[in-house]
Design a protein around this ligand. Structure first.
Ligand SMILES: [Zn+2]
Length: 134
């Protein structure tokens, strides 16, 4: 599990990033902060679109930013919403691609920890890279 310092700074980073969410339709801004094995933090926010399916979640923005800069190993991701909402199925699948042991920290807009879990717990019996090798 995570040391308290890392947990707190990730929640704070996600909370700060949330200010930049583009959520005019749902009015549900989300901030995410992804901590990689290299020690960097990548932030993300949800970016909605008038063509609704084009919307992307904060978690995937953070993951894609990290991957596009060469990161492949993740330690933890913090997600901050108004009420401590949990990552959606699509984001769980994208997280699973890079490791089932990634810690998922869920907090509310006050920065209160609501839940700390792992990708494996959020997405049991997932389909991932090893399945393609069988
Ligand atoms: Zn999502």
């Amino acid at each position: 599990m995570l040391v308290n310092e890392v947990r707190e700074s990730l929640i704070e980073a996600a909370k700060e990033a949330r200010k930049w969410a583009y959520a005019p339709y749902s009015q549900y801004p989300v901030g995410a902060a992804l901590f990689t094995a290299s020690g960097r933090i990548y932030e993300g926010v949800n970016v909605e679109n008038a063509a609704f399916p084009m919307t992307i979640c904060a978690e995937r923005v953070a993951i894609f930013k990290a991957v596009s800069e060469g990161e492949r190993e993740f330690r933890a991701i913090a997600v901050v919403t108004k009420n401590g909402g949990s990552p959606c199925g699509a984001c769980r699948q994208v997280l699973a691609e890079f490791g089932l042991e990634t810690v998922v920290i869920i907090a509310d807009e006050e920065g209160r920890l609501r839940r700390e879990t792992t990708v494996a717990e959020l997405l049991p019996e997932s389909f991932g890279p090893p399945d393609l090798d069988r």
